[in-house]
Design a protein around this ligand. Structure first.
Ligand SMILES: *[C@@H]1O[C@H](CO)[C@@H](O)[C@H](O)[C@H]1NC(C)=O
Ligand SMILES: *[C@@H]1O[C@H](CO)[C@@H](O)[C@H](O)[C@H]1NC(C)=O
Ligand SMILES: *[C@@H]1O[C@H](CO)[C@@H](O)[C@H](O)[C@H]1NC(C)=O
Ligand SMILES: *[C@@H]1O[C@H](CO)[C@@H](O)[C@H](O)[C@H]1NC(C)=O
Ligand SMILES: *[C@@H]1O[C@H](CO)[C@@H](O)[C@H](O)[C@H]1NC(C)=O
Ligand SMILES: CC(=O)N[C@H]1CO[C@H](CO)[C@@H](O)[C@@H]1O
Length: 803
């Protein structure tokens, strides 16, 4: 509708119509070429989107529309590809398309009204004298209100939004505040401003936190090349592209020189950039405050991690999910209930190359990771800790997360124990307490070991110390309802342990003493302790392993126990419970009648084909469970015939799992430099110092599988004779490969245990050799997963034509 009120006269309609038309034409004609808006005049959205232009036409002032019904009274570069806004009157409150208008009122105030007549914005402030006669848009992009003498009474330059233009002074009262996002003009979270100490800074001022991120927050004002003594707090950049500030910040556009249109903008991604407009109307960055975009704080919100690839990407920490995918500033929320209750246990996930800025609860130097973990476990506020070069930073909140290969150390994220393993695209995870060192041997396998022949690199280290329980509460199932307090620890740390299920319980030392008849029948001795046979009160036959003194670190023990408690599979030795009393640390597991595989397979003993196949598939299933299904992904790290026990039906049960530590190259050095496993069964990556994945078990399984087929020890366990024996496995693989390639008939018979005397399934044997060979590939990427091994073996399980 036209903005001038016409007197309505029902008596002369013709005249009226004529008048209206005249007025309309007049209006449109002037609107397009208008250089100023006079007092008393107004302009509506429907008239035209732009109603004021600067004399050189480089800037336009008017209504900037998005969609059909949202308009902002603003100033933009006329010649930029997409009208680039440099100033907005009402960034947080767009007006309607119909009936919204800007007017220079009688008292000389510029007023923006919405369709309902509500004032959305006005130029006057308490200090602004009224009486402006006209509004003009200058060549500099400054919208000014002038009095009849040409004196500027108000100017948009005094109220910047996110952009500073050449010659626009930037003072202590101003802020360049980013918009919310591309095409979302609302007030965002990032601001460029003069801080209280006279220094120009960039701050993230979000819904949860505020954090200064530029210049370098870790450095002093002087280290950042600034000064704080000049309190004039003024900065300006000239038409050549030189920026000079009273705090010593000086920079120039890379295309320094006159005649270029420039702007300095706090972008919605939190970076401050200087842009130049090129001849095709595109903006070219000629300077920016932060070279590394992820150094901007708050960009991925709380619990978010920023990755620069070189595109910026946000992702959530494992166990967390995005609050609003379209607005990462909102960050991520936990998928678990973040409580610190007694019933909740915690575990820590190591995330490499990640750091979070600030919010340190405690900082300590030269601390062990165990102590650092303990510090975090003890403090309910602690959400994670960063451990870097013996320095420990516990974090009360996780903001401004950043992932970069240059970051040393790791973040250890505190998560409630029942949370299952999540893989996050941003973070390569290491499960904290699975696949641990063999500091504590659990299970029954070692009783079958010959310690003299077994090469073990035992070391005492465990991340698990983490969980570091000191005091704990236990309710024994059934009748034995009683509380126990573990000994040998000092601080009250309890609460992290939930009640142990009825299938898994804590035993009293006296009970075990009785069950084993005072540890009378010794089944075996291993590096970590001695195993005794026992019969519990409920007549279950058990193997009781008394752990050697050296392995009695309470935290380690607890972590071990909590890991294996959950593991339950028919091809894995079941652990029934444990005992932790005074100096005694014992583990109670099922007694497996037939002893270990090596006792049955290798000469002078002999195992029939049916049993061999059953054992092969059973081990594969057990490992597949550990690798793929187990709640906590576990790598065994020491698969060998001695660790495979056979029950009365020759069903195999893997022992000694849940002990290895998942080694992570570049992780904690103390860990990665150690090797465990048994020579001959160890994958090459152990020696190559590569990261350890589940594929090390696949390799060991391959060796065992080939031994099952051949019926002799292909691997070497006799150290002094290493090379020769090692060669035997290699020779076997080489010959088998050649025979397969040449398509020799009957090749398989040469590869088999001659003692079988033809009593075997050709297909099964061929499949087992093929799988075995692929499992022992040097390149671990060529090895199959245990899941696929199970599949392949199942395909020929029904084989009945024993020849
Ligand atoms: C202009 O807008 C179009 C469509 O929104 C967009 O694809 C293009 O990248 C924009 N150009 C610039 C220079 O921002
Ligand atoms: C403070 O900075 C302003 C602007 O850069 C400069 O003009 C002035 O000389 C400085 N004052 C002192 C005492 O250095
Ligand atoms: C202007 O900048 C755009 C985007 O950077 C670029 O594609 C274009 O080639 C430039 N034009 C000129 C004339 O430099
Ligand atoms: C860990 O803490 C214990 C007890 O608080 C202390 O005795 C020990 O020295 C600490 N270890 C390290 C490496 O800081
Ligand atoms: C994370 O894992 C992927 C795939 O396993 C690998 O390509 C990438 O390099 C790893 N990144 C880091 C930082 O370890
Ligand atoms: C070891 C250490 O510095 N502990 C401190 C951690 O923070 C709490 C409270 O903030 C202090 O009380 C501890 O002394």
């Amino acid at each position: 509708m036209a903005y001038q009120q016409t007197a309505s006269s029902p008596k002369c309609p013709r005249f009226l119509i004529l008048l209206v038309i005249t007025v309309f034409c007049c209006c449109f004609a002037t609107a397009k070429t208008q250089k100023s808006l006079e007092r008393g005049a107004s302009f509506s959205v429907e008239d035209d989107s732009g109603f004021l232009t600067s004399p050189d036409k480089s800037f336009t002032c008017g209504f900037y529309g998005v969609g059909t019904n949202a308009y902002w009274f603003s100033i933009w570069f006329t010649n930029s590809e997409n009208k680039t806004l440099v100033w907005m009157a009402n960034r947080d409150r767009p007006v309607n398309a119909l009936g919204s208008r800007v007017s220079l009122s009688r008292d000389g105030t510029m007023v923006l009204t919405d369709v309902d007549g509500k004032i959305v914005w006005e130029s006057s402030t308490n200090s602004t004298p009224t009486g402006a006669e006209r509004a003009e848009l200058l060549n500099s992009g400054n919208l000014v209100l002038k009095n009849p003498l040409g004196k500027i009474l108000w100017q948009s330059f005094d109220f910047p939004t996110d952009t500073l233009l050449p010659k626009q002074p930037f003072t202590k009262t101003m802020k360049l505040t980013s918009s919310l996002g591309r095409g979302n003009f609302g007030t965002g979270y990032f601001s460029f401003y003069f801080d209280n100490d006279n220094v120009l800074r960039l701050i993230y001022d979000g819904p949860d936190i505020s954090s200064v991120y530029w210049p370098g927050p870790g450095l002093s004002v002087y280290q950042n090349g600034r000064t704080d003594y000049n309190s004039s707090r003024i900065a300006v950049f000239d038409e050549m592209g030189n920026f000079v500030s009273s705090d010593g910040l000086i920079f120039s556009a890379s295309d320094m020189g006159a005649r270029v249109k420039r702007r300095l903008t706090t972008d919605y991604d939190g970076n401050l950039r200087l842009y130049s407009l090129n001849s095709t109307g595109s903006w070219v960055i000629t300077w920016e405050a932060l070279a590394q975009q992820c150094r901007v704080h708050g960009i991925c919100g709380r619990n978010g991690i920023c990755v620069y690839t070189p595109e910026l990407k946000c992702s959530c920490l494992p166990g967390y999910e995005a609050v609003d995918i379209s607005n990462w500033n909102k960050g991520c929320k936990p998928k678990f209930k973040p409580t610190c209750s007694q019933s909740q246990r915690v575990k820590f996930k190591q995330i490499q190359y990640v750091d979070f800025y600030g919010f340190d609860l405690n900082y300590s130097e030269s601390t062990s990771i165990q102590n650092c973990t303990k510090l975090c476990v003890e403090d309910c506020r602690c959400e994670a800790f960063v451990y870097r070069g013996q320095k420990c930073y516990t974090k009360g909140a996780l903001f401004s997360g950043l992932r970069s290969p240059t970051i040393e150390g790791s973040l250890y994220l505190r998560l409630p124990e029942p949370l299952s393993m999540e893989t996050s695209p941003a973070a390569n995870l290491t499960v904290f307490n699975s696949c641990r060192t063999n500091a504590v041997k659990i299970g029954t396998s070692s009783m079958y070991d010959h310690p003299s022949k077994t090469v073990r690199w035992v070391y005492l280290y465990s991340f698990a110390a983490a969980i570091g329980a000191v005091e704990f509460l236990f309710i024994l199932s059934g009748w034995w309802l009683l509380f126990r307090r573990s000994q040998g620890m000092s601080a009250p740390l309890v609460d992290k342990y939930r009640l142990i299920s009825s299938n898994f319980r804590m035993y009293l030392y006296a009970e075990l003493k009785k069950a084993t008849r005072n540890f009378k029948e010794e089944l075996g001795r291993g590096g970590s302790g001695t195993v005794y046979k026992g019969v519990l009160a409920d007549e279950r036959v058990v193997a009781v392993k008394a752990l050697a003194d050296i392995y009695q670190a309470e935290e380690v023990f607890w972590a071990e126990v909590s890991t294996i408690e959950k593991i339950n599979h028919m091809n894995l030795v079941r652990t029934w419970g444990f005992c932790s009393e005074g100096k005694h640390r014992l583990l109670i597991s099922e007694y497996v009648e037939n002893g270990s595989l090596d006792k049955h397979l290798f000469p002078p003993n002999f195992l029939g084909w049916k049993e061999r196949f059953k054992v092969a598939i059973g081990i594969a299933k057990g490992l597949a469970y550990l690798h793929h299904e187990c709640l906590e992904w576990v790598i065994h790290c020491d698969v060998k015939p001695e660790n495979i026990l056979l029950d009365s039906n020759f069903e195999p049960k893997i022992a000694d799992f849940g002990l290895a530590k998942l080694f992570e190259r570049g992780g904690l050095n103390a860990v990665s430099s150690h090797i465990r496993g048994t020579k001959g069964y160890m994958a090459p990556e152990w020696a190559l110092n590569l990261s350890i994945t589940a594929k090390v078990d696949v390799y060991s399984y391959g060796v065992v599988l080939l031994e099952i087929v051949k019926g002799i020890r292909l691997s070497n366990r006799v150290v002094e004779n290493a090379e020769e024996e090692e060669a035997e496995m290699k020779r076997f693989v080489r010959i088998a490969r050649r025979k397969i390639q040449c398509g020799e008939d009957e090749w398989i018979e040469d590869m088999l245990d001659p003692r079988l005397e033809g009593q075997f399934s050709m297909n099964q044997a061929a499949k087992m050799v093929e799988i075995g060979i692929s499992c022992v590939e040097e390149d671990r990427n060529k090895r199959p997963t245990m899941d696929s091994v199970v599949q392949m073996l199942l395909e020929c399980e029904e084989e009945s034509n024993i020849q």
